[in-house]
Structures are given as C-alpha cells and as structure tokens.
Design a protein around this ligand. Sequence first.
Ligand SMILES: [Mg+2]
Length: 257
Amino acid sequence: MKKLDFKVQLGVNPMKLQSILFDLDDTLLHCNKYFELVIEQFADQMATWFRGYNVKQHEIRTKQAELDVASVHSHGFTVEHFPQSFVDTYEHFSDLEGRPKSKSEAKFLYKLGSSVFEQEIEAYPNMRETLTALKSRGHELSLYTGGVKEVQLSKVARFGLDEFFHDRIFIALHKNTEAMEEVIVKKGLDRRRTWMIGNSIRTDIVPALENGIHSIHIPAIHEWDYNNVDIRIQPRSTFLRLSSLLEVPEAIERHAV
Ligand SMILES: [Mg+2]
C-alpha cells in the first residue's frame, strides 16, 4: 500500500498550506497604549514646567510625535528614539520660549521615556487561540517585526511565542518593502501562498502589496501616527481588512489557493 502523506492523513489539503508572517506590536501584543500612557505623563510634566509660557498641551504632543517619527525615518527603531524625542521636544520649547534648559529635567524626561520598556505587556485578544488554530492546520508561521532585537526577543520569550515561530523570527531595523523582500527571498517563500498580517498600513500592508504577497490588515486598538499612510498601490494579491485575530484562520482558509 502506498504510504499516505502525513498531512493528507490529517485531512489537510497540502496544496492549501500557507506561509504566514505575523507582525508583533499591536497585532499580537499591545504596544501603542503603553507609549500613549507615557506620552500623557510627559505632556503633563511639560505643561507644569511651561506654566506661564505660551505652550499648549496639544502642541507638545504634536511636536513630540513629529520628532519621534522623523527620528525613526532616519535611524530606524532604536531604544533611544522614543526617550530622546521627549528631550528634543523639551529643548525645542525651551529655546522657543526662552525658558532655561536644565540637565536634570532633560535626564528626568529621558528616564520617563525609557520607562515604556518596563511596562507589563498584555497580549491582544485571542492571540494564542489564533496562532494555535493556524499551526494545527499545518500553516508555517513566521514573526516579522520591526524594533530593537533584545526588546522584541524578550517579548517572544515572555509569551512563549517561539512555540509557534521557532527559528522563523525576523526583526528589521527599518521595516519596509526591502526588508520584507529579504525575508521572502531568504526563506524561499512562494508569494502566491504567503501572507502578511499586521496593524500597520505603512510597515505591514504597503510592503506586502509591493512584494505581491497577500495581506490582512487588522487595525490596532490604539494607532500611532507613523503607521497611518495612504495606500497608493493597486493590489495584485488578496488584501483583506478584519477586525480581530480570531477571524484570520477562516479568512485564510477561504482565500488560500
Ligand atoms: Mg505593529
């Protein structure tokens, strides 16, 4: 008797097995809300120091976001960019308003910004259920995230995500079309059967469209300005928008070829 393929025995059609790349922050784990929390403390502290000067809270927040995004554009994701954006914003308004700068205030702000990396992180709803369902159907899961290697790997370890991703964990300093292409080529992925799932139009969806792989956009519960861009490319592949992770396995089943 001819030996049956293991996957056929399980009742899974091997033609439909897919490679699925998952984003980490605000797709599988909460991230933006911790930044938001620290930005709020920053804006409050600045408002206290700049009382009596002509600086509004919303101007502080806008300037901080602008400087932070500019820094990510030029240096990529680093541990420094976020805390440094507090110091840069502080210096900007100090110079603008003629308020004397103090080293200890700047140091305080840098420390406040860094505290974002010490927050207790929560998973997105149904993270484990979704990954388990996809894995049990035989799909190959990879983690493709931007950020600082040590920070991201410590999150992987804390949530036991290597159980799903094993050695398929890719961390890009600049998470863009080229970085995604590198993963596709390195792993020899078949683009017709490869998916990117993430919250960021800029770093997950547009690069997926440009690389001709399928994509699923799941908007974050709290979004960061940097991630919001217009989509100017006509999809040649499947492009879906879902409201939660739980809908992913079925959507892939329905659209997979
Ligand atoms: Mg993300």
